[in-house]
Design a protein around this ligand. Structure first.
Ligand SMILES: NC(=O)C[C@H](N)C(=O)O
Length: 323
């Protein structure tokens, strides 16, 4: 029998739709009444650690969740399942992946349809997540996201559709496993990454998206207290030339700038050697982050800074996304 800790945090999976179709938190989380012991194979211990829609989730709440999971691992739990709203699920999942050092399975899930809607996917995803957390194959694989029968890594999964139940996808690399009625199968090797220890989260790390004709205006209005900036750059990792004065002034202020691509697939690299091209940006000191999307790169920058990393150590930590 596996002892699994369930941590409910809120989101559509625990919400109810009213007669007009508007969705809001339920008076009582319907998942609390679900009997999902998988025919006596698992014993669930359930906590509502918080109950918020995921747009209300902050890095501070992610840290609280991370600490609770580490404590559960230290006190003998065999696995952890987290239910979460889908809007920021990928950010929480990646934050946990970067900060939890235990190798017990940690699985996060959510739902696209609330508990009383036709075709509600919550209970089913919850069951799949429990199955995964109770499986031997999930050990040592970092934080996993289970939705719609698929298993994805926290590092690369992203929400791709506003309503479709098949919203969670892993661009470029694909899912790492599959949940069937009775089994959990993994079909990709996972890359391990060492977790870092943090006891607080650094604030004022911003995310900007590049666009045709972008200039330095947004860089110039960043507050004095800015600790870091992530830019979703164009294509393989290029920016319009008019952004360069803004980039230069941030680098002169020792504010780390991390660059990812705004493209859905692929990695950012210093390929182009023209004004604003990746070669020039890298020479200026911009950190290229390979394979993460903007919101994940921001989480990684927050975790790195909160761990006290600076300079080349921070650059190595942030850019080392694939190897
Ligand atoms: N499907 C969902 O869970 C979306 C909801 N707005 C949330 O993230 O809390």
């Amino acid at each position: 029998m596996k002892n699994i800790l369930v941590l409910h945090t809120g989101g559509t999976i625990s919400m109810t739709a009213d007669a007009s179709g508007s969705v809001a938190p339920s008076e009582r989380n319907p998942l609390l009444d679900a009997d999902l012991s998988l025919n006596g194979r698992v014993k669930l211990t359930t906590e509502e650690i918080f109950n918020v829609p995921s747009p209300h989730v902050t890095p501070e709440l992610m840290l609280q969740l991370s600490k609770r999971i580490q404590q559960a691992a230290a006190t003998g739990m065999d696995g952890v399942v987290i239910t979460h709203g889908t809007d920021t699920l990928e950010e929480t999942a990646y934050f946990l992946d970067l900060t939890i050092s235990s190798d017990i399975p940690v699985v996060i899930t959510g739902a696209m349809r609330s508990s009383n809607e036709i075709g509600s996917d919550g209970l089913y995803n919850f069951k799949s997540a429990i199955q995964t957390a109770a499986s031997e194959g999930a050990r040592g694989k970092g934080v996993l996201v289970v939705m719609n029968d698929e298993i994805h890594t926290a590092r690369y999964v992203t929400k791709t559709h506003t309503t479709n139940v098949a919203t969670f996808r892993t661009p470029t690399f694909g899912p790492v496993g599959l949940v069937t009625k009775d089994s959990v199968r993994f079909f990709q090797e996972l890359i391990n990454q060492e977790a870092v220890n943090i006891d607080h989260v650094v604030e004022n790390v911003f995310l900007l998206k590049a666009y045709a004709g972008m200039d330095s205006a947004l860089f110039e209005v960043l507050p004095e207290s800015t600790n870091g900036v992530v830019i979703e750059a164009l294509g393989a990792g290029n920016l319009p030339p008019a952004t360069l004065p803004g980039i230069r002034s941030l680098i002169e202020r020792d504010i780390p700038i991390v660059l990812v691509s705004r493209c859905f697939n692929g990695v950012a690299e210093d390929v182009y050697d023209y004004e604003g091209g990746g070669v020039q940006l890298k020479k200026m000191g911009v950190i290229f982050c390979q394979g993460l999307n903007g919101q994940k790169a921001r989480i990684k920058l927050i975790v790195g800074l909160s761990n006290g990393k600076t300079g080349s150590e921070l650059a190595h930590y942030v850019d080392n996304a694939i190897s």
